[in-house]
Design a protein around this ligand. Structure first.
Ligand code: GTP
Ligand code: MG
Length: 472
């Protein structure tokens, strides 16, 4: 799908002008665009906030080689290049995390941008290599919108059929399905009926999100912003009628579905994704394991659909304009690793790699360097060890979200062989047979930062080194 998707994203000339202008200024001011990709709740906003804080104050970034070698002179927040976008509320998010009652940021409702500028000391014998400046541009957006990438290569009949089939057995969808099945798409459009179908489908999507499903399209139904109530969001999947004359419900839904793709989905990805140099793909793998085999399979399938569209080099038209610009590095990261004792981090990373192996093969990221790791953008726990049944049990402790009480958590025995997680998920198992996986929502820990130190994390420095280290 990707060839089609990304080349069709580049239609329209407005972008080509912007892209050219971008590449010209880049000649004077080297710029890296970092794409932070992940479903809702994967940890994008926390990652960006923690990354920026730890790049501004690098006391906890020993694995960032440029820092260890003293090549970074200063790092500053700068005015972002796109003046029409809201600025990422870095200060607001950070002060929520650092307050006396530390809080996680709210789920993101709109797109925003931030520019971080590095001033680098000359390095190398002649002081030539690596000297100067580097701008790092980062965009944050609601994870729900990412899912719409999978719509771009689907037409309305296919999306309808696939969606109805997939949700057929979900109890949350029962009310919507009853309504949709009673509809005859061949009859003339009746706007109030179209609205109640769209409303019922939106109710289903909200319920499905609550249940932990990740295949929730169209994403704007969950977060409409200023499009709420417009016809472009007033459609729903329907059973295909034998014939559908002009003006029929089916034909009108089809028209709106196409308008949604053209007017909402494409501009978003064209403006924010088509010029990405480095990409970090964040996944709440622990959360999915906790939710059960179906959630793991759902996450695997959803990520595969998304990643196929990110295939580097597939954006031919764009490549020509930008002289071969493409995603050079992709980091796959399991987030929230502070829910596990570090002994279990290799198992989490192995499961993450295995979960993505199909997607990586299919997407054929040739030319891009990829890596996988487990990280915590903000470390909310401390490690501990207790005796249980005469043997030591390694666990973590933290302050519970909501009650604020201290609690110890052992996530369960994550298998070192990822197949023990992935095989039952693929086979459609209802629950894990031989294991139970716990998960607690920890609030951020109270932090007092020393001057020059960012908030505590796990492997954020390794992530930064992989993503941008070669340019510092
Ligand atoms: N313990 C721990 N929890 C985390 C960490 N990062 C994120 N979380 C949890 O995950 C939740 C979601 O993180 P966000 O950064 O808001 O996720 P997002 O990807 O921006 O989600 P949307 O804005 O909805 O797309 C947070 O509210 C925290 O509860 C982490 O490093 N450690
Ligand atoms: Mg967010």
């Amino acid at each position: 799908m990707s060839q089609l998707v990304l080349s069709s994203l580049t239609d329209g000339i407005s972008r080509s002008v912007g892209a050219l202008a971008g590449s010209v200024t880049d000649l004077f001011e080297p710029t890296l665009r970092l794409g932070v990709t992940g479903l809702s709740g994967a940890g994008k906003t926390v990652f960006i906030t923690a990354l920026v804080a730890n790049l501004l104050d690098r006391g906890r970034m020993p694995q960032l080689a440029a820092e260890a070698q003293g090549r970074i002179e200063t790092v500053l927040l700068q005015p972002q290049p796109d003046l029409t976008l809201p600025r990422f509320d870095y200060e607001g998010h950070l002060s929520a995390l650092l307050g006396s009652e530390p809080r996680w940021p709210q789920s993101t409702r709109a797109v925003s941008e931030l520019r971080l500028s590095f001033r680098l000391r000359p390095s190398g014998l002649l002081g030539l290599a690596g000297s100067g400046r580097l701008h790092l541009d980062i965009v944050d957006y609601p994870g729900e919108w990412l899912l719409d990438l999978s719509l771009l290569d689907k037409d309305y009949p296919r999306w309808s059929a696939e969606t109805l089939e997939r949700i057929g057995k979900r109890p949350e969808a029962a009310a919507f399905l009853a309504l949709a099945r009673a509809e005859d798409g061949a009859l003339a459009l009746d706007e109030p009926r179209a609205q109640s179908l769209a409303a019922a489908f939106t109710d289903y999507l909200n319920a499905a999100r609550g249940k932990g499903w990740s295949d929730l399209t169209p994403g704007r139904f969950l977060l409409p912003g200023d499009l709420a109530g417009s016809p472009v969001l007033t459609f729903a999947p329907l059973p295909e009628p034998a014939s559908a004359p002009r003006g029929s419900l089916w034909r009108e839904m089809e028209r709106r579905f196409e308008a949604y793709k053209a007017k909402v989905v494409k501009p978003f990805f064209r403006d924010h994704f088509s010029r990405i140099d480095r990409q970090v793909v964040l996944m709440d793998v622990l959360g999915a394991i906790h939710a059960g085999p179906r959630a793991v399979e759902d996450l695997r399938r959803t990520m595969a659909e998304i990643l196929t569209a990110f295939r580097p080099g597939a954006n031919g038209w764009l490549n020509r304009i930008l002289g071969g610009k493409r995603v050079e590095k992709i980091l796959f990261a399991a987030t929230k690793a502070d829910h596990l004792h570090h002994h279990q981090h290799p198992a989490l990373t192995a499961i993450t790699e295995a979960l993505l192996s199909d997607a990586r093969r299919r997407a054929d990221f040739s030319g891009a360097r990829t890596a996988a790791l487990s990280l915590a953008s903000i470390r909310a726990t401390v490690e501990d060890s207790v005796q249980r049944d005469g043997a030591p049990l390694d666990l973590v402790r933290g302050r519970l979200q909501g009650t604020g009480k201290q609690a110890a958590m052992y996530a369960g025995d994550l298998p070192t062989d990822p197949a023990r997680i992935l095989a039952p998920a693929r086979e459609g198992a209802e629950r894990w047979l031989d294991a139970d996986f716990a998960l607690m929502g920890f609030a951020p820990a109270r932090m007092t930062l020393k001057p020059g130190e960012g908030p505590p994390h796990i492997r954020l420095d390794r992530a930064a080194e992989f993503l941008i280290g070669d340019r510092l």
